[in-house]
Design a protein around this ligand. Sequence first.
Ligand SMILES: *Cc1c(COP(=O)(O)O)cnc(C)c1O
Length: 393
Amino acid sequence: MEDNKRIVYMDNAATTPLRPEVVDAMIPFMTENFGNPSSLYDIAKISREAVAKARSRVAAAIGAQDKEIYFTSGGTESDNWAIKGVCFANCDKGMHIITSSIEHHAVSYTCEWLEKQGFEVTYLPVDKYGMISPEDVKSSIRDDTILITVMFANNEIGTIEPIAEIGKIAREKGIIFHTDAVQAVGHVPIDVEEMNIDMLSLSGHKFNGPKGTGALYIGKRVKLDPLMHGGDQERKRRAGTENVPGIVGLALALELSVAELKESSERLTGLRNRLTEGLLKIPKSHLNGHPENRLPNNVNVTFEYIEGESILLMLNRKGIAASTGSACNSSSLEPSHVLTACGIPAEIVHGSLRLTIGEMTTDEDVDYVLKVVPEIVQKLRNMSPLTPDELRT
Ligand SMILES: *Cc1c(COP(=O)(O)O)cnc(C)c1O
């Protein structure tokens, strides 16, 4: 870092830090309570009961029943299992899937792989705010449609999708509805019963829980094949010895996030709005995603005449951790498929910056970012041959 040691972490959509009380709750299951939950002695019983309690906590957080929660290794596994599991178990009924054009790669690459296995996929368009239209979902349904998978909230632009409306349509037509809610769980209220959600993916490390932990909610009516074959764990549907410390940590982090949701989302929305308004004072800047209907922690702005990669490097030197487009894509120069689907022109799509705040973010962090970003944008514009004279200083 250049001139100070301040660290401002604004990449909470990529991952979040563990809460200290979550670490404390996990440690005994890595030390004295190390028993395999499937074994028959006392220390195994402690692990077994901890997993059962964790399952109840996760179920309560999303309005599900305990027996509908299955622990996995993360959001990616939950998405793969939900989609492949339904497709393989129901291909006698049809081979058509409906999804959106802005899904996380854990969903979109799974769908593309299934196309190679003979399935047909409809990728729904989005409007300029990244919203999927329930009408489009309805009109894409065919006699052979077996699955609708649409994300709850987008990881790049923060737009929250009309999930309850899509759920209602899917239920009326008797089609399984899965949602990748990895960015939404613990951040916005969710009730799988009220919203007619049949399957929901969540991931521990996106709500201050441990990495490599996740869950899939599978409603009673869903028929799906396992992805992992082996032992009898998770009601014989997901083989492999349980990650007991991870499961305990995920469940506690989720319970705490949901308990604090209202208060925390009000605070984050205030910080987010101040950040957004401040950044949009920079000339030739545009907000990406929906202006109101978005995650409380997400800011995504495009600055004309600059490269997102260059801003990131300069922000890093100032101790600010942020992302361009999506963190998963930072090693590729492909323009973001999400921003492209929203119709952001190719010439400016590379100048986008995603700042995602979190529990640790303070007012001072926002002040610091609002001081540093305009200076960096100006510096980069002064260096670029494409910048028009009126934007130079
Ligand atoms: C992070 C993320 C995933 C992947 O979750 P992992 O637990 O990191 O595998 C999937 N979908 C969305 C929307 C995400 O933000």
